[in-house]
Design a protein around this ligand. Structure first.
Ligand code: ZN
Length: 255
């Protein structure tokens, strides 16, 4: 009786090591995708924008996107549906988009002459649009016809670190070409411009696109119209010079 009990106890003591070793062998022989080794189980990424740190500019010539504010507004995608009716300002018998388009086309011509890739874009930006430079071209309006001047702004969130430099160069050159005063009243809507909001919309710039929005002048001012409506090439010269100086400073353009 006592011997039997000893045998049973010994047997029970032997079972656990046997199971463990069996499991060990089984796990060694398991094939397939799941990570079996402890070191494969990395903690989750806590910074959702970590991938931006490793981002590298695609090879190729300098690329510029010029957006014509309000152009083809009715074709805006569903995510921007609320902006379809926003046709901007008007003055001198022109809708804002017509004035913006003339300035953008003229700017594009100057830049293309310097072997820069230029895309003239409507209100709808291609999804995650990337370029070295993005400028949204607009014209202001006011019920006060004595209001005149230009103003420009960067996105509220700039991940390139270069947008302030682009802004400064465009402002400086635009002021020089047009002789316009800088209007200090940059609005919340400018810095929060929809085409900058890549974390919210598909149809927005890529976060590594240095971006500026420019209100070229007041369409409701006869003074400003003399340039932005009648001489768009002068506005274009200022914008193009600012962009060229920026690209040179980034060593993307040989001067
Ligand atoms: Zn506008």
């Amino acid at each position: 009786m006592k011997n039997k009990l000893v045998i049973i106890v010994l047997f029970l003591l032997l079972i656990p090591p046997f199971i463990v070793s069996y499991k060990f062998i089984a796990s060694k022989n398991t094939a397939g995708a799941p990570p079996y080794a402890i070191e494969d189980l990395e903690p989750p990424e806590t910074d959702p924008y970590a991938w931006l740190r490793d981002w590298k500019r695609p090879d190729g010539p300098p690329k510029v996107g010029l957006q014509v504010g309000h152009w083809k507004n009715s074709e805006l995608p569903e995510e921007l549906e609320r902006l379809r009716g926003n046709s901007g300002s008007s003055g001198g018998g022109k809708a804002e988009w017509e004035v913006n388009l003339a300035i953008a086309k003229s700017t594009a011509e100057i830049l293309k002459g310097k072997r820069i890739i230029v895309e003239v874009l409507p209100a709808t930006i291609p999804p995650q649009f990337w370029a070295d430079v993005f400028v949204a071209i607009h014209a202001d309006g006011s019920t006060d016809s004595t209001k005149s001047g230009f103003k420009a702004a960067n996105p509220r969130r700039d991940y390139t670190g270069r947008a302030p430099k682009l802004l400064e160069l465009i402002e400086g050159e635009y002021e020089l070409s047009t002789g316009f005063q800088k209007d200090p009243n940059v609005t919340r809507n400018m810095r929060g411009y929809y085409a900058f909001a890549w974390w919210r919309y598909q149809h927005a710039v890529h976060p590594m696109t240095a971006s500026v929005i420019l209100e070229t002048g007041f369409l409701t001012s006869s003074l400003d119209r003399r340039i932005i409506v009648n001489r768009p090439e002068i506005s274009a010269e200022g914008i193009a010079n600012g962009i060229v100086r920026y690209l040179e400073s980034e060593n993307l353009l040989m001067n």
